[in-house]
Design a protein around this ligand. Structure first.
Ligand SMILES: NC(=O)c1ccc[n+]([C@@H]2O[C@H](COP(=O)([O-])OP(=O)(O)OC[C@H]3O[C@@H](n4cnc5c(N)ncnc54)[C@H](O)[C@@H]3O)[C@@H](O)[C@H]2O)c1
Ligand SMILES: O=C(O)C(=O)C[C@]1(C(=O)O)C=C[C@@H](O)C=C1
Length: 368
């Protein structure tokens, strides 16, 4: 029997979900888009099995429907779906970065008997957007929040959680919607506001002197990557969670004020302490690819800046039958050697790769 999955909004997150499901035995993925020009792109990228401009065609036959559109559109699509004669047992979910509003909406709606909505939010993403940025690996080892409204039966929750954990390889975690918005406001929405405000501050200085942009190095890049995120997606998230974000910005102002006072009073020990507290907390953060599910074993190596070097190293390791689970370049500056992180699923693979690389005179160190 085929499980039919419909994805509404095949962009970064919808496209990544589609790629997690597509091609798996017993699964069929339909993509809905409101833009005729995207049908061709989906086919070209082979991201879905079938693409349609019709809500009904995508939804009526689906066992699972994922709403992956900007958050201001979620309620409208959910209302539209609640009026359709969906298949018995159909589970609707979403991927929106805010949860309180969509859950409140779902609790007001009357779905057909045995059709359920369960909120969802994968805690993984990117500053890039659109189907071109989608990846089947995006959610691997990330947390995936599920927020079921009151009254959702356990078997509906379980079947969504099983489908998602099996195919995305993310770890499901159940969180109350209001608490979700408070926490995600702090660890995701506030940082996006700060990154954008910081970049805009420097952008204005740069208008008077282009040396600002020229000299901006690793520190500025590290803290501002997310300032390049999609304006429409983030407009919606911030407006949707504005009460939470406004409170957080007040706390942020207090933190800024504290630094102003430390500098005004030349409180050297106070400044040191701020870095000590922050460093201790940050160093305890779980590394994204070293989540709770599988332990990853990482090798770090300095890579010289010449074309094809990444392909050369990974091919050499692959030719020895050693599996690499992730590759990341930790960029420092554009014109100097970077650091390459190679992740392995077990110690044996890591040790074999390390021995091989040391033989090839690369500078390598390991972290487990
Ligand atoms: N970007 C992230 O890092 C991230 C992470 C987790 C969750 N999310 C959430 O995922 C959702 C999608 O974000 P994204 O980053 O994939 O954005 P995206 O811009 O890459 O994708 C959005 C998709 O929605 C479609 N869309 C826009 N208007 C539409 C309409 N009127 N009808 C139908 N489709 C429409 C677009 O064509 C696009 O395919 C948002 O709700 C966002 O809050 C984003
Ligand atoms: O890594 C990024 O670029 C992200 O912005 C991902 C991120 C986050 O802030 O952590 C962004 C929005 C989400 O809803 C979940 C994850």
């Amino acid at each position: 029997m085929t499980t039919k999955i419909a994805i509404f909004g095949v962009g970064l997150i919808g496209g990544s979900l589609a790629l997690c499901f597509k091609g798996k035995p017993g699964l069929h993925v339909t993509g809905y888009t409101h833009l005729p020009e995207l049908i061709h792109t989906f086919q070209e990228r082979q991201v879905v099995d079938y693409a349609t401009l019709s809500v009904e065609e995508a939804a009526l036959d689906a066992d699972f429907i994922f709403l992956c559109v900007p958050v201001s559109l979620l309620n409208t699509y959910l209302e539209q779906l609640s009026r359709l004669p969906l298949k018995k047992g159909c589970i609707i979910s979403d991927v929106g970065s805010t949860k309180a509003s969509i859950i409140a909406c779902a609790e007001q709606l009357h779905f057909q008997t045995d059709v359920h909505f369960i909120g969802g939010h994968p805690m993984a993403g990117s500053e890039r957007s659109g189907v071109g940025a989608a990846s089947a690996l995006l959610f691997e080892n990330a947390y995936y929040v599920l927020t079921p409204p009151a009254g959702v039966p356990a078997d509906a929750y379980d079947s969504l959680a099983t489908l998602l954990s099996q195919h995305t390889r993310a770890q499901m975690v159940r969180v109350e919607p209001v608490l979700h918005d408070e926490i995600v406001g702090a660890i995701s929405h506030l940082p996006h506001v700060i990154a954008v405000a910081l970049v805009n501050q420097i952008r204005e200085y740069n208008e008077h002197n282009p040396l600002y942009r020229m000299l901006a190095a690793g520190g500025f890049r590290d803290i501002t990557r997310i300032a390049s995120s999609d304006p429409i997606v983030w407009r919606d998230i911030l407006l949707g969670n504005r009460h939470v974000v406004l409170n957080l910005l007040e706390d942020w102002n207090q933190g800024v004020q504290q630094f102003i006072e430390l500098l005004q009073t030349q409180d050297a020990r106070g400044i040191e302490q701020q870095f000590e507290y922050a460093g201790a907390f940050r160093d305890e953060l779980p590394e994204r690819r070293k989540g709770m599910i599988v332990n990853l074993y990482d090798l770090y190596l300095d890579v010289p800046d010449h074309p094809g070097i990444i392909g050369k190293i990974t091919t050499e390791i692959g030719n020895r039958g050693i599996n690499i689970s992730n590759v990341q370049i930790i960029e420092s500056r554009e014109d100097v050697p970077g650091v390459m992180r190679l992740s392995f699923r077990n110690e044996n693979d890591m040790e074999q790769a390390k021995a091989m690389l040391l033989d090839s005179e690369y500078s390598v160190f390991a972290r487990v």
